[in-house]
Design a binder for this molecule. Sequence first.
Ligand SMILES: [Zn+2]
Length: 135
Amino acid sequence: MKKFFKEFKEFAMRGNVIDMAVGIIIGAAFKAIVDSLIANFIQPLLNWILPAPAEAADGAWAIGPACASFIGTIISFILTAFVLFLIIKAMNAAKNAKKKEEAPAEPTTKKCPFCLSEIDISATRCPHCTSELKE
Ligand SMILES: [Zn+2]
């Protein structure tokens, strides 16, 4: 059992799993907002555009409300997918920025090919042996 928890900890502590969990939680939270938007604004609008026939009996299948409901679900999916895409993109950008910070600094010196002294990278003449340096 101890081994199981150790393995689980190793699994959970991997950065990408945490990132993924955060993404899922944000996605779920956002989906609630989208669902609310659809239920309160888009659905009534669609119901207005595609009204149920007045003569339809209660519980009878009607093309209007069925289409409205289906379109609402599609809009919900597209919005959620789009925002998840933006979240993942932002997370990747943040990760890449972090990686760049960790990368070693650009070299500021080079070796003179004649006397092998360390000289400024943009030098065109070696300050030690005065040799002219090609780019
Ligand atoms: Zn030199």
